[in-house]
Design a binder for this molecule. Sequence first.
Ligand code: ACM
Length: 387
Amino acid sequence: MANKDPIRVGILFSESGATSTIGLSQLQGALLAVDEINDTGGIDGRELQPVHYDPESNPARYADLTERLIHRDGVNVIFGCYMSSSRKAVIPIIEKWNKLLFYPTLYEGFEYSANVIYTGAAPNQNSVQLAEFITSNFGARVYLIGSDYIYPYESNRIMGELVLQRQGSEKLAECYVPLDATERDFADVMLDIRNKRPDFIFSTVVGDSTAALYRAYADAGFDPKTMPIASLTTSEAEISQMDRGLAAGHYTSAPYFQSIDSDANRHCLANLRRRFGDSCVPNLCWEASYFQMHIFANAMRHAGNDDILTLMPYILGSEFDAPQGRVKIDPTNHHTCLYPRIGRVNSDGQFTIVRQARRSVYPDPYLVTHSLGDWAARLDTLDKLEC
Ligand code: ACM
């Protein structure tokens, strides 16, 4: 008789702590995809059964819960993590027991694990485009500010190097605030920005403290038309925690924005509203969390079981019609072909897309093609809509 046992999958997204808003959206993206898969017969009649814990935005909790999912819950595949510090805590355990992690978040790159599938943007799919766009439109004197952990250090290093390829560039400062920073933590930074007068601020601040940065900027009386904040981590989720209009005029580079005008996106958002009402704030990490579950399910249909050795050949090279466009897992580096976009926040807290790639851009997590000049050779793939 055919096996009708449910297939357990582990889910580790934070519903509490510093990155709870974006973590909750990632959880909802994963659960939406699970519902869609189960509503259409599961995996050959077998239901996906999510086992979810809240790691509280705490890397040590991520590590403990990974052990628990593997040893107590008998899970082979885990979907999870936002902060790179949590991914770094999970990977050694995943590798030790030869399990599989799907990671749906933009990150700093310069990493490969045979046990991880990376579905968020690598730096050549967001930082390079943001550097090119912002320095062309505003200038190349940058002020770097981030949260105090590994992703901001590395992402700021990459942005600093990209910007320094421009004429007249200058790295004016690089500073860090605690993960739970409040507006007071940004007071001295704003004074320093007033003195140094950068062309733009690059923010690698993450999570709930993002709202405090934009509030401090507005209270300082700065103008995004002449000195915008450019970011990879300020999404619709962080903007939803701000007063209306606070982030208007600032820029984010991401493969997905809620405002993408396509049938696939509209259909997915309608399903989301039916399942979760208006409580979910779709964003780049929500979308990656959603489509990676479908990539897993499609591979499972071919593989028949979720052991990494059996499953991986069906994941690598696989494609899916995601809300951002058709994505593909690169078989050589386990990252994903994605569509770089630049969005400017409008007064509704949504993004007006001012530039987008016409074709997906392959992932190059080690930035082998590293310079803005290299990117310019590929600018023909970018569709300039508005600047
Ligand atoms: C991140 O920590 N990868 C946003």
